[in-house]
Design a protein around this ligand. Structure first.
Ligand SMILES: *Cc1c(COP(=O)(O)O)cnc(C)c1O
Length: 363
């Protein structure tokens, strides 16, 4: 769709923290509002660049410019992360083959399994951290789904090698970049074709919005047209208010991540060797930490009942610290230990977070 905002803020040459603040901002004609307008309309006066609001909205365009600038591509906002996942998977032809990790987001795997059951496509599941096996599985495939670090085991895949192998094999590569965010990892720069986000998580960052996005390479016209056509036809569109809140979230993404990551690193330092834990899992950066509680499911559930500051809840990436025993979901992989707690570390004072968690672990 044609961008509807007349942004005059070129972000070329700017560092990511600056892009997060300025990308998608409107011009600076005298009297121009500085805040991004929240545009609520279902239609437009005829003969303009967009005819109807299922096809485009200026609030979407501002958000899309901001996210596109951060990822280095062209973004399309969707009504949820899963709507963006469904749009990405619509690129697979009927009868096509998709390579996907066992450890992919469970909603993504459920969608793939459902479409396989209907006979629409075939799924080859792989262990993404086994680069050689994943590369072998690419032969004759149409699309490879990549996610790193994995959720909730936080294993790190060799994205660069996998994206390169996919390109060489003529296989479309999609990276779900929800966990890493474009501040830590920009898959399009590695050569991947498409990035998917649950904007619900870090990009929005305040646990008040469900939203998703796809980001396509600058030279990916065909994919961009297919995805924006899918969005208009199937109608999985974002509400302007949610999009506006998510844009506001992006403006502080770098600050929130900086603080949350520093908190996570400090908690990992203090949790390592904790008598109540069998293992601390941490990829070395980011703000998600997983811990294996000694005593399994029961002991881990007890920790969730005892915390007062940490919020026992699913989801991640908000300003508030969250804790969840992942195996409480039947859909969670059996490879995840029963006693594993996923910690989404927020931006609170780390001393307060530590005291609450340590006391809950000690019982
Ligand atoms: C949450 C999540 C999704 C799904 O996004 P929704 O916004 O909940 O629809 C997809 N991928 C990952 C990695 C997620 O964490």
């Amino acid at each position: 769709m044609t961008a509807m905002t007349s942004t005059d803020e070129s972000t070329t040459g700017l560092r990511p923290a600056t892009r997060a603040v300025v990308a998608g901002r409107e011009g600076r004609e005298p009297g121009q509002q500085v805040g991004s307008p929240l545009v609520l309309t279902s239609t437009y006066a005829a003969d303009g660049p967009v005819n109807y609001a299922r096809n485009g909205n200026p609030t979407w365009s501002a958000f899309e410019e901001a996210l596109g600038s951060l990822e280095g591509g062209r973004a399309l906002v969707f009504g949820s992360g899963m709507a963006a996942v469904a749009a990405a998977l619509s690129l697979v032809p009927i009868g096509g083959v998709v390579v996907a990790p066992h450890s992919a987001y469970n909603g993504t795997l459920a969608t793939l399994k459902e479409r396989e059951k209907r006979g629409e496509l075939t799924v080859r599941t792989v262990e993404l951290t086994d680069t050689a096996a994943t590369v072998d599985a690419l032969a004759g495939a149409d699309l490879v789904w990549l996610e790193s670090p994995t959720n909730p085991l936080l294993e790190v895949a060799d994205l660069e090698a996998l994206v390169e192998a996919a390109r060489a094999a003529g296989v479309l590569s999609v990276v779900d970049n929800t966990f890493a965010t474009p501040l830590a990892q920009r898959p399009l720069e590695l050569g991947s074709d498409l990035v998917v986000h649950s904007v619900t998580k870090y990009l929005s960052g305040h646990s008040d919005v469900i939203l998703g996005a796809c980001v396509v390479r600058e030279d990916g016209d065909q994919i961009f047209t297919a995805l924006s056509g899918h969005r208009s036809l199937y109608g999985a569109i974002a509400g302007p208010l949610e999009t506006w809140l998510a844009l506001r979230g992006i403006r502080t993404l770098h600050l929130r991540l900086e603080r949350a990551s520093a908190n996570a690193a400090e908690l990992v330092r203090r949790l390592t060797g904790h008598p109540a834990l069998e293992r601390v899992r941490y990829p070395g950066c980011g703000a998600i930490v997983s811990v294996d509680v000694a005593g399994g499911a029961e002991a881990a559930e007890a920790v969730c009942r005892r915390v007062r500051l940490w919020v026992p809840s699913t989801s991640l990436g908000g300003v508030e610290s969250q804790v969840e025993r992942r195996r409480r979901w039947e859909s969670e992989s059996a490879a995840v230990p029963e006693g594993l707690l996923r910690l989404s570390v927020g931006i609170e004072d780390v001393g307060d977070l530590w005291r609450d968690l340590d006391s809950a672990l000690r019982g």
